[in-house]
Design a protein around this ligand. Structure first.
Ligand SMILES: *Cc1c(COP(=O)(O)O)cnc(C)c1O
Length: 222
């Protein structure tokens, strides 16, 4: 199937919303994809695109036409400067050093940077993000820091066949999200779900999913 057929099929599949009937935003995860492929996805209806390397974000920035721009990868503090003022949402606010630096640079540039707090929900050594027990405090800290506006939370579930385990972790994320929603109208997004687990995530209250392989096919890294 072509990229545009995939896009239409997935937009169709998420059209009825998540398990609470809330609208779902589909973010195309575009790492390794060419501007041409990304533009094909946008022409087919993709509204939001996410890169996870600063270099790729910069290289493709002017060649991609339209689309809200997300950054979804691990962000080194020495590369923040390349993103300031160019993102619609940085989904990977994963540590204090980044919180402080991103806020300071945003203030200096006179912009407010929209972010999601990334949570290492599976407590995996290979993944970044705040531990669940620290995530709410991190959100409150970021929200009260000039230069940042928190819009919600992001997580990547562990690779597992155990649907009960994954569902439990996804429920923990939804509970965190709802605790913040209850006190803060800026909170809108629970970004959780990739090509392998998006259905499970929508069944547990995610309202933003990030699909790469499902839309573009298998990645080859050169
Ligand atoms: C690559 C990537 C995705 C999409 O992964 P697929 O399994 O290809 O859908 C989602 N989120 C992040 C942060 C990614 O880096």
């Amino acid at each position: 199937m072509s990229i545009s057929e995939n896009v239409k099929r997935y937009l169709d599949r998420i059209a009825e919303g998540n398990c609470f009937g809330e609208p779902v935003t589909l973010v195309a995860a575009t790492k390794t994809r060419t501007p041409q492929e990304i533009n094909e996805a946008i022409a087919a209806g993709i509204t939001d695109i996410g890169e996870n390397k600063v270099q790729e974000f910069r290289d493709k920035f002017d060649l991609v036409r339209g689309g809200r721009r997300h950054f979804i990868g691990h962000l080194q503090t020495n590369k923040i400067k390349y993103l300031i003022g160019k993102t619609d949402l940085i989904q990977s606010l994963d540590r204090e050093e980044l919180l402080t630096e991103l806020a300071a640079r945003s203030v200096r540039a006179g912009v407010t940077t929209d972010v999601l707090i990334e949570v290492n929900i599976g407590s995996e050594l290979s993944k970044s993000g705040y531990p669940l027990r620290e995530a709410f405090a991190a959100y409150e800290r970021a929200q009260s820091t000039a230069g940042l506006r928190v819009r919600g939370f992001m997580a990547m579930l562990p690779l597992s066949e155990d649907a009960a385990l994954l569902g439990g972790l996804a429920d923990d994320m939804r509970a965190l999200f709802e605790r913040a929603v209850a006190q803060d109208e800026n909170i809108r997004y629970l970004s959780m779900g990739m090509s392998g687990d998006w259905e499970l995530c929508l069944g547990h209250g995610a309202n933003m999913i990030r699909l790469g392989t499902a839309l573009f096919g298998e990645r080859t890294y050169s």
